[in-house]
Structures are given as C-alpha cells and as structure tokens.
Design a protein around this ligand. Structure first.
Ligand code: NAP
Length: 294
C-alpha cells in the first residue's frame, strides 16, 4: 500500500497528542509528528526543507501560541507563531500541493451575539491572541484559498497538556473554595473529538469530497465556566470544594474574553458528516482517561 504523508505540527500539545493516539488506526497514512524541537515554525527555511523531504499530502497545524493572558504582553512571539508561521506553512503547502487543515478559535469573535456563531458572522477579536489567530486565518486563506480548511474550536481540553479541566481537578483537591466566572458562555471541546473530526475531513478529501473554507467545531450544548467547573467536580467525585460563581468584573484577567462564544456546527456536520458529541458525555469520556481523576 502506498501511504500518503500527513505532517502534524505542534504535535506535543493537547490536540496533536490526541491525533497521535488515533494515528495507528489509519495505516493508509504515514504520519510525521513534529513540535518545536523538530520543526520550529518560526524558521521558514526549515519548513521548506521539511516539506521538500516529506512532500505531505496533508498538513494538520496544531501549533499555536495559546497563553491568552500572557499574549497581551508577548505580542511579537504570539503573532510570530499564530500568524507569520501560518504564512510560512501555507507557502510551503502551496508549493507542494499539500492540503492544509488549520485550527483557529472562537476568540476571533467579540462575544456580543446571542445565538451561536456561524462561519459567516463578522469577526471582531478583543484580545491579542484572538487578533493573531485571525491574522493567521487570513494569511492561510490568501495563500491557499482552495486547498485549506480552517476549523475554529473553543474551550479545548484533553488528558494531555494543561487546561481548565485539569486545573479545576487539581485546585478542587487542594482548596475548600474556588471562584469561577459564571457570565461567560461557551461550548467545551474534548480534543479527542476534534482530532476525530480532522481525520474525518481528510478521509472525506481522500474520497473526493473536499470543501475548503472556515468551519466551526466544538462539542454540543453550552455552559458557563462555573457550570463547567461544577460538572468537572461532580464527575471527578470532588465534594470537598465549594464553587462560587463570580462575574468577569470580579475576576479580572490580562486579556478580555468574549462573554458568549457558542459555535454553530451545522456547516461541518453538513459538509463533512462529523459527529458532535454532547459536552457532558465527552467530559465523562475524557475523565475516564485521567488516571488520577477519582
Ligand atoms: N486551548 C484552547 O482552549 C483552545 C481554544 C480554541 C482554539 N484553540 C486552538 O486549537 C489549536 C490546538 O490548541 P492546543 O490547546 O492543542 O494547543 P497547545 O496544547 O498549546 O499546543 C500547541 C503546541 O504548539 C507548540 N508550539 C509553540 N510554538 C511553536 C513553534 N514555534 N513551532 C512549533 N511548535 C510550536 C507548543 O509548544 P510549547 O508548549 O513548547 O509552546 C505546543 O506543543 C491551536 O490552534 C489553538 O489556537 C485552542
């Protein structure tokens, strides 16, 4: 069997690690997983060399600068990874006829809407991170308009890396009280579900059904961070910590966040037939993978 090459960048992060777990289910693809040690995306020459060597049929770019608050004071590095690096990747992909799957964020929106965001809704990021990710989207769309898919996701968590779920479990075991924001609404996303969705897009492309452009993907349903925290503690069996709802104003952060960032998943369901599990079910599935969650 001739395997098609799939390059995964930023592969040691939450999403990349979940794709790594799925890889051996797809022997038709030869996956190459890279992170900053193997392929620093700030280095355009290394990217070109990597593409010349691998000639990937697909690129899944999971790399990003994701420290949303830190980004407010680390602007150059944030843009270098979330925007300039995406341009470098897009130029290499164009040269080698590589189909690009890139991941973006609900933080491209300002959160002023009151129904789930569609791909066609106007963007208006309110943080450095959101602005840098939007610039990355635009660069990719300019360079590879017909050979790229951008999947915006939200509130990502996994058994790998650092995330809200792990933080709530750790703090829930250490503290008797936790204050969590209750006036920001969104859709949590289990990175394993997003990994499956990305592979489904590749399988669809292989079957001759590829539709480029922007897509939204998160888990189904919605909650506030407070409700998310409550559910995490319930499923992890943490009963000794009281969770207190607070407003965004009472919990100031360096970066402003959208107060509402639910994503409408109709387009990705319709075009690619991806599954969108309920957030509570996916959270349960994720926690069952944590060795130490009970
Ligand atoms: N996390 C969320 O809540 C969230 C929400 C919405 C959208 N997203 C998007 O979803 C995607 C995946 O997020 P994630 O949570 O899996 O991210 P993550 O866990 O932070 O992983 C990103 C990976 O990229 C690597 N990276 C950073 N700079 C790099 C460089 N110059 N060259 C190569 N790799 C580099 C990081 O390495 P280091 O750890 O060493 O920096 C890390 O391993 C990203 O596009 C992100 O913007 C995330």
């Amino acid at each position: 069997m001739i395997q098609k090459s799939v390059l995964v960048t930023g592969a040691n992060g939450q999403l990349g690690s979940e794709i790594r777990l799925l890889a051996n289910q797809y022997p038709q693809f030869a996956f190459t997983f890279t992170d900053i040690q193997e392929l620093d995306l700030q280095d355009s020459k290394s990217i070109m060399d990597c593409f010349s060597q691998l000639k990937p049929a697909y690129l899944i770019n999971c790399a990003a600068y994701t420290a949303v608050d830190k980004a407010e004071n680390d602007i150059d590095l944030c843009y270098a990874i979330n925007s300039a690096a995406v341009s470098h990747l897009a130029l290499a992909a164009k040269q080698h006829n590589t189909t690009v799957l890139h991941v973006s964020t609900d933080y491209v929106f300002d959160g002023k809407q009151s129904r789930p965001y569609r791909e066609s809704d106007p963007v208006c990021p309110v943080s450095v991170y959101g602005k840098s990710k939007l610039q990355g989207e635009q660069a990719l769309n300019d360079i590879c308009p017909t050979s790229s898919v951008i999947v915006r996701t939200a509130w990502l968590y996994s058994a790998f890396g650092n995330n809200f779920v792990k933080t709530m479990i750790r703090l829930g075991r250490e503290k008797s009280e936790l204050r969590v924001v209750s006036d920001q609404w969104g859709s949590p996303t289990y990175a394993a579900d997003l990994a499956e969705a990305l592979i489904k897009i590749i399988l669809s492309a292989e079957a001759g059904h590829f539709s480029p452009g922007i897509y939204h993907y998160s888990n189904e349903g919605s909650c506030s961070w407070y409700e998310f925290a409550q559910k995490i503690h319930q499923l992890a069996g943490i009963t000794s910590c009281k969770i207190i709802p607070v407003s965004t104003a009472e919990y100031p952060t360096a970066a402003q966040r959208p107060s509402y960032s639910l994503l409408d998943k109709s387009k990705i369901r319709g075009d690619y037939g991806v599954a969108v599990p309920l957030w509570t079910e996916s959270l349960e599935a994720c926690l069952s993978n944590f060795n130490n969650c009970k």
